[in-house]
Ligand binder design. Structure first.
Ligand code: SAM
Length: 213
């Protein structure tokens, strides 16, 4: 369990780093260009209901709104939400990924970039995402990769040790286990990342099974 994998600690952390989040953290770890490429793999269309879990200052929401037209977004951290632009296309609320305040089967797609790192119980949060997704709906969750350790790349080794000390990390099998335990179907994952560390992130995708006829 990472040191920042705790709801109260994550809140305090974002209270401290929120003022530098956009220029330093977002572009370093979850650059807009990377996020755009990931979101392009999803199939939701204009008019679909899309939820961004752990939306932070709204980087992912902007990209989702470009396609969906409108996005609902939730984050634990009030300072992060205060820093978000408040475009009409995004409805921001404060709340916890482990207890989403939406009724069952509300969304066509649920997306979460860079937030699962902090979740106390990633499977419970993925199960909540599953609950609020309609049958046949899609999921994309980007977290930190758990690569084999050590490697010949010193930057990668330092990043791996740091990530595992502070955050939830996942490898291919972890993703499969988490998605299956949370009820998702057709799960898969890919390794990607920013230019300085192209294996930093592991991005999971899955679908909610259609109802049996
Ligand atoms: C690295 S930021 C990512 C923000 C945004 N998705 C982006 O790509 O810029 C992680 C966000 O997850 C939020 N977060 C952490 N734990 C959470 C939880 N249990 N429920 C909801 N949001 C949470 C933090 O407040 C923070 O804003």
């Amino acid at each position: 369990m990472g040191l920042l994998q705790d709801t109260a600690t994550a809140s305090a952390w974002y209270e401290a780093v929120s003022s530098i989040y956009d220029p330093l953290v977002a572009e370093t770890f979850w650059p807009r260009r990377l996020q755009r490429r990931l979101l392009d793999t999803l199939e939701f269309a204009t008019g679909d209901r899309v939820l961004d879990v752990g939306c932070g200052t709204g980087v992912t929401c902007d990209l989702l709104a470009e396609r969906a037209g409108r996005v609902e977004a939730i984050d634990l951290s009030e300072p992060q939400l205060r820093r978000a632009d408040q475009p009409e296309s995004v409805e921001f609320i404060g709340g916890d990924a482990h207890q989403l305040p939406y009724t069952d089967e509300t969304f066509d797609a649920v997306v979460s970039v860079g937030a699962i790192l902090y979740f106390v119980d990633p499977v419970a949060a993925l199960a909540e995402a599953h609950r609020v997704t309609r049958p046949g709906g899609e999921l994309l969750v980007a977290g930190f990769n758990r690569p084999p350790f050590p490697t010949l790349n010193p930057v990668e080794n330092v990043a791996t040790v740091a990530n595992e000390t502070f955050f939830h990390t996942w490898g291919r099998e972890d993703v499969e286990t988490c998605l299956t335990a949370a009820g998702w179907y057709d799960g898969d994952s890919e390794v990607t990342g920013p230019v300085w560390h192209p294996r930093l992130a592991r991005v999971a995708t899955a679908r909610k099974a259609e109802r049996p006829r």
